[in-house]
Design a protein around this ligand. Structure first.
Ligand code: FEO
Length: 387
């Protein structure tokens, strides 16, 4: 059994069988569904785990319980990766009370056909629960990631149970840096809801936090300023790393060649960092996080069916869906007889707030030539001047 702090134990599981998290995100290093137990005069279980892991989870729980029974199941988030075993738990422990927000109980009705009448406790923002020594405060965190979400702060242990916030892709038995997969997770899951994340963070001001226990990813107990700093930057749509993302598609390699030329020119002219992604072949969720990470985005694609290439459509739609904003954006288009991609891309990108469009653009008519190379040089000059 894994002890997190005085009286707090980890009972989560690792999933290495999952093909796509939430039906869309690749998770090459698996996924962790975290759950915790607080053992005190009363015993509280913090959330459940995914549907395939009931036996493993309950086995770990029983080991921690050591013959006792839980008094509470605290439901911070109703998404099925955390709530699927709710009725399995309530049937096994019929005396346990279920605690959650009104939104959580509405979802329980939808998912399980019951609000657990007679054994439910609906909590509001700021409400408290004493387990004996551990004093819990429930803090609603709507839309981080669903509307019913709440955090739980244990003032005694100085532990924040943060629901999906501060989570990441990847199972806990895989050692990997936090930032990259936490960023991909953040922008994929809650990127659109920056204001809500900021409101939730504001509720933590002045609270002494020594460890963060999220529902995915590792427990964070060192260098917390870094993780909170990242969340402040991401939720305010700030630039995390100075640099340029070039997101492109290429049919016969000519647009790819133009992108490589732009990359070379940007670096030559002093741009601190250039990241290049092939939208037809690379993970688009990774491309989305890189777009949010950097301050400058170049979109390069082919004219296609009078518009532009489908993977670029998908990418721009992802950006719009996730509230991409406050960035400098430039366009490179390729078109053998009637280039139209830049106009189409710009029309879509105008839906994003606070976008500045670069003065220079690039049109390649089939293959690079002196004219298009000169355009790329001018664009690189304009973008590099920003650093
Ligand atoms: Fe980890 Fe929003 O569920």
């Amino acid at each position: 059994m894994e002890r997190i702090a005085d009286g707090i134990y980890y009972i989560g599981v690792n999933d290495h069988q999952l093909d796509l998290f939430e039906g869309q995100y690749i998770v090459p290093d698996g996924m962790a569904y975290n759950s915790y137990v607080i053992v005190d005069e009363k015993i509280a279980v913090m959330d459940c785990v995914g549907s395939d892991f009931a036996d493993e989870w309950l086995g770990k729980l029983e080991e921690v319980l050591d013959g006792r029974t839980p008094d509470y199941l605290i439901v911070q988030h109703m998404e099925p990766d955390h709530s699927a075993n709710l009725t399995v738990f309530t049937e096994r422990y019929p005396e346990a009370q279920v605690i959650g927000t009104i939104g959580a109980f509405n979802m329980m009705q939808n998912y399980f056909g019951t609000r657990f009448a007679g054994r439910s406790r609906i909590v509001k923002d700021g409400e408290t629960l004493s387990l004996g020594t551990h004093e819990l405060t429930f803090l609603t965190a709507p839309l981080v990631h669903w509307p019913e979400v709440m955090f739980t702060y244990d003032a005694t242990a100085k532990v924040l149970f943060s629901a999906d916030a501060f989570g990441k892709f990847g199972a806990l038995d895989v050692d990997q840096p936090w930032d990259c997969e936490a960023r991909r997770y953040y922008f994929g899951i809650v990127g659109k809801f920056g204001k809500n994340v900021q409101a939730a963070l504001a509720k933590l001001d002045g609270r002494d936090i020594e460890a963060v226990c999220p529902l995915h990813g590792p427990i964070l107990s060192e260098d917390l300023d870094h993780y909170f700093g990242q969340y402040r930057t991401w939720s305010s749509y700030g630039v995390e790393t100075p640099g340029v993302l070039i997101a492109y598609t290429s049919v016969y390699g000519h647009t790819k060649e133009a992108v490589a030329f732009l990359e070379e020119k940007l670096l030559e002219k002093g741009c601190p960092r250039v990241v290049v992604t092939d939208l037809a072949r690379d993970d688009q969720a990774e491309a989305v996080e890189d777009a949010f990470r950097h301050g400058v985005l170049v979109l390069a694609t082919t004219t296609y069916n009078g518009g532009f290439f489908p993977p670029m459509h998908d990418f721009i739609n992802h950006l719009i869906d996730h509230a991409f904003q406050n960035r400098l954006v430039a366009f490179m288009e390729n078109g053998s007889w009637m280039p139209a991609a830049a106009k189409g891309m710009r029309a879509l990108m105008e839906q994003c707030a606070g976008i500045e469009f670069a003065e220079h653009g690039v049109t390649v008519k089939g293959a690079l030539d002196d004219a298009s190379r000169a355009q790329i040089d001018a664009l690189a000059e304009e973008l590099a001047a920003r650093f």
